[in-house]
Design a protein around this ligand. Structure first.
Ligand code: HEM
Length: 437
């Protein structure tokens, strides 16, 4: 919950800056725009993904999380690292003081990712996770995290005048491995499990998944090869095209596998989280359509493809599942201990599905308009789309708080004392809680 809360604050900050015009069509190279991109990609999506993986890695391999004490230092270093990196990018707009922050940001992020990697890698590898169709994709995602950090830190060296000077050529590979290699593969792995759970579909390996995994490894190897080429001042153009082709094929196989899951599901009427995850998957189809143009022509096609991937696919999926995960974990915290001892509400009672659906549709509309505004190079439409995204993000954050406060339950169904957002550290129930058995 703490990871989710921090990530949501980063989301609202990034969108607020977009509404204020800090980033927009053909306006991504300056420091403010780079700050917005990383508050969004690392602060919002990065922390949501790490927080969700810390919750789900034990579920993926039926084994307790390794080194759980590292979770709080990881969250603190990740939060400070993102803030320092984002503020540091303002050095590119002439703020001298930013250089030091730009150098410090990657160091703290390295600490956060190392802690995250130790907990997640430690849990998945110890359980032989590479044999599991979900866990092996998450492990590949962690390799992507190392590559996005390495390429980013290399570019920081160049921007601060401490590098060889050509590392900025790594940018296309950096974006590809950040969006597809880390966030994309982590989303593939988690959604394989979550979708099967929420659709009541039999989970397990498939030909599409095996082929998709091999293509993901090919793409990661091409990124590594391309970064080595950049390091040795050779062109990485071929690697960029290879990565785009492998990523496109892996995405198509993923979509085919999810379509298979959907057709064999046993839950006839999926809930709002799964209904709206279809909008996220539709954005992934749009990204697949834009990718060849982005790889060939760059510019507004690349901006639109990256935006559709980060805001459309990954954020719509994350927001849709966040509502379900928050209600599920809140229900476990308050009501699971009472099963069989007293009347307990069902998980769905904790959520206002209608409100969640409306905010998720507003988000989807904002993401679509934002993508179109980038393609059409219309700054005003882009700011209006950012305003819709901001309103939807605040609406969904308020819904998450209402779920945490059990506000949608009738007073007699609620425990006497409910913490605001974060569960008490020791998860202790208040002693005189009548809900206690
Ligand atoms: C999920 C992780 C990440 C994603 C999706 C991501 C995405 C991006 C994108 C889209 C750009 C181009 C932005 C633009 O041109 O306006 C960019 C540039 C950059 N990123 Fe990241 N990034 C990630 C992580 C990192 C990390 C961890 C670092 C530092 C350690 C970093 C350092 C940089 C730098 C220095 C640039 C600027 C290159 C330039 O001057 O154009 N990024 N990143």
């Amino acid at each position: 919950m703490a990871w989710f809360a921090s990530a949501i604050l980063f989301l609202i900050a990034a969108l607020g800056l977009m509404v204020a015009g800090a980033a927009g069509p053909a306006h991504w190279e300056n420091g403010r725009a780079l700050a917005v991109v990383h508050l969004f990609a690392l602060g919002w999506l990065g922390q949501m993904m790490l927080g969700a993986l810390l919750q789900f890695a034990p579920v993926l391999v039926a084994r307790p999380l390794a080194l759980p004490a590292l979770a709080l230092p990881a969250l603190l270093m990740s939060t400070l690292g993102v803030l320092l990196l984002a503020a540091g990018f303002l050095a590119l707009d002439g703020w001298e003081g930013g250089i030091l922050l730009l150098e410090a940001g990657p160091v703290l992020l390295a600490g956060a990712f190392a802690c995250g990697g130790a907990m997640l890698g430690g849990t998945l590898v110890a359980a032989g996770g590479w044999r599991g169709s979900e866990a092996r994709v998450v492990l590949a995602g962690l390799a992507g995290l190392v590559l996005v950090w390495a390429s980013g830190a290399g570019m920081v060296l160049d921007l601060t005048g401490n590098g060889p000077g050509q590392l900025i050529e790594a940018l296309p590979l950096h974006v590809a491995v950040g969006v597809g290699g880390w966030l994309g593969l982590a989303a593939f792995g988690v959604s394989y499990k979550l979708f099967a759970m929420f659709l009541l579909a039999p989970d397990g390996d498939s030909a599409q998944r095996r082929a998709g995994f091999v293509l993901a490894l090919v793409a990661l190897s091409l990124v590594l090869g391309g970064l080595t080429a950049v390091l040795t001042a050779l062109s990485a153009r071929l690697a960029v095209i290879g990565v785009a082709v492998a990523a496109l094929a892996a995405a198509v196989l993923y979509l085919a596998d999810i379509r298979r899951l959907w057709t064999i599901r046993r839950r006839p009427q999926p809930e709002v989280n799964m209904q709206m995850s279809r909008a996220a998957l539709a954005f992934l189809v749009l990204v697949c359509g834009l990718l060849p143009f982005a790889a060939a022509w760059g510019g507004r096609w690349a901006e639109a493809a990256v935006f559709a991937a980060l805001v459309g696919w990954l954020s719509t999926l994350t927001l849709a599942q966040m509502i379900k995960i928050v209600s599920f974990l809140t229900w476990i915290q308050y009501f699971a201990p009472r099963i069989g001892k007293a009347k307990v509400p069902v998980v769905q009672d904790l959520t206002n599905a209608g409100a969640a659906r409306r905010w998720l549709w507003l988000w989807t509309l904002g993401a679509l308009c934002g993508t179109m505004a980038l393609l059409a190079e219309m700054p005003l439409l882009f700011r209006l789309a950012s305003l819709a995204l901001l309103a939807a993000a605040i609406g969904l954050a308020a819904e998450a708080v209402a779920i945490r406060r059990l506000s949608h339950l009738s007073p007699d169904a609620r425990p006497t004392r409910v913490p605001v957002i974060l569960p008490p550290l020791a998860e202790r129930r208040p002693r005189n809680d009548p809900m206690q058995a």
